[in-house]
Design a protein around this ligand. Structure first.
Ligand code: TYD
Length: 131
């Protein structure tokens, strides 16, 4: 499948740790927007959509959650539970985020400005377009 779990470069010393994201350093795209998801309780499923133009980098900067990814042919579940890992998702990937721990903060970076028109929120429509 076309996602990538990136082992980030960490600047760590006796002061603690720092991880930076910019194009071609821990992140394959030009970052245009960022948001974070928090206060999501364990039985909630978020996402359930695909994006025609957006690529994403997802980092569990606190706590943990699971990401189900689906490229129209295969499905996989990735657990994010360390701020050292960043999950890269390309365009046209159906995604669902769930099993958030109570302290979870999921940081998301993307290459686009928000545009509801590039969202596919219907799974059958996604399967039609991804072929
Ligand atoms: P939504 O895409 O439903 O969240 P999730 O994929 O995590 O389930 O977005 C929730 C709301 O936030 C929705 O009203 C759209 C809005 N929103 C923005 O205005 N800008 C953004 O960058 C994002 C990601 C969402």
């Amino acid at each position: 499948m076309n996602y990538k779990l990136i082992e980030t470069k960490v600047f760590g010393d006796e002061k603690g740790h720092l991880i930076s994201f910019q194009k071609n350093s821990n992140c394959p795209f030009d970052i245009k927007r960022t948001f974070y998801i928090f206060d999501t309780v364990p039985n909630i499923v978020r996402g359930q959509h695909a994006n025609r133009n957006s690529e994403f980098l997802l980092i569990a900067i606190s706590g943990s959650c699971k990401i189900k990814v689906d490229d129209g042919k295969n499905q996989e579940v990735i657990e994010l539970k360390t701020p050292h890992h960043a999950l890269y998702l390309p365009k046209m990937m159906w995604k669902e985020m769930y099993d958030f721990s109570y302290n979870a903060i999921l940081l998301v970076l993307t290459n686009t400005l928000y545009d509801e028109k590039e969202y596919i929120r219907d799974y059958k429509e996604f399967l039609k377009e991804v072929k």
